[in-house]
Ligand binder design. Sequence first.
Ligand SMILES: Nc1ncnc2c1ncn2[C@@H]1O[C@H](COP(=O)(O)OP(=O)(O)OP(=O)(O)O)[C@@H](O)[C@H]1O
Ligand SMILES: [Mg+2]
Length: 370
Amino acid sequence: MSCFSCIRTRCNDASKVEIDNDETGKGKESQPRSGNNRKCGAARSFPFRELATATRGFKEVNLIGEGGFGRVYKGRLESGQVVAIKQLNHDGLQGFQEFIVEVLMLSLLHHCNLVTLIGYCTDGDQRLLVYEYMSMGSLENHLFGLSPERPSLSWNTRIKIALGAARGLEYLHCTANPPVIYRDLKSANILLDDEFNPKLSDFGLAKLGPVGDNTHVSTRVMGTYGYCAPEYAMSGKLTLKSDIYCFGVVLLEIITGRKAIDTTKKPGEQNLVAWSRPFIKDRRKFVQLVDPLLEGCYPVRCLHHAIAIAAMCLQEQPTFRPIISDIVVALEYLASQSYASEQPRDGAAPNPSTLSPQQDRSHGKSSTSK
Ligand SMILES: Nc1ncnc2c1ncn2[C@@H]1O[C@H](COP(=O)(O)OP(=O)(O)OP(=O)(O)O)[C@@H](O)[C@H]1O
Ligand SMILES: [Mg+2]
């Protein structure tokens, strides 16, 4: 923990929530972004009473999600700002340690692709975290929790999300000093705002990266099954390349619409990386990887590039995996080649100007896109 002072920065279902159904989550206090970096406001300490009032006594109707750390509620602060409030459940030291790391990390790291920590509460034995409210919930919900109100994501939106997540990771790996290894990159931890801008969340497992001549940091193996890099799972040796592997798994989820681990599938298909290997090895089989919900609405050349990026990230040998800055450049190129319904069927690069802003924002498919 003593190392934190040395960090410098070089630079579910929201519809059932009774508070603010008509709001975008941008509270009165939200501030404009400037470039890549946003405000560097410190997280503030909240009295428990204020957070109880904000959620109307942690009413069930305001519950928007639940993870290993605890329950997440939508709330409205006295200032009028709409927030997400995460309440630590009281079983175990691990959660308490993650709480401290989360507060310290997010107090020091600021980027438009990292979720903003507004504050925390440590009254008595209560431990709560107050975040900016991300009105579209998690990427996981949008890939696997589809409903009539939540149609499948378009190709353009998927690439936009992949790029934003990569930029968040690039900030951690290349701008934070010393670098930060995120350790828990997964679709559940990529939150989306009302314009599908992604932000990385949950820094409770994050670690400061190796400094000097050290190539890795040694840790107890933590993270989420299905996303964990093989060498890290085997040896506990954590490097920036462990995050790159996780990114490869997320990119594969984005392309395939399949979960990293899905125990409802038949044996052989439950582990996404293992299932995808034969398809990744053979370009002629690439199309069999694609999420059927895309209904063929994607630029074929870009699909090939995206699969190639995922394949590089998923190399068994960490040293063969790309660095995040190169992934950002590759995804920026894919984002510039957005899919437009007018695009020729041969997959030739479309003219981005043919894509109307309305089409790009809709995560469903336009009537002309089939
Ligand atoms: N800032 C936020 N704004 C809006 N919704 C949020 C926010 N943070 C979390 N949520 C919602 O709460 C759910 C649970 O989040 P949480 O981080 O507690 O668990 P998880 O990431 O799904 O799993 P785990 O933390 O156990 O690995 C998310 O999937 C999301 O739907
Ligand atoms: Mg999470």
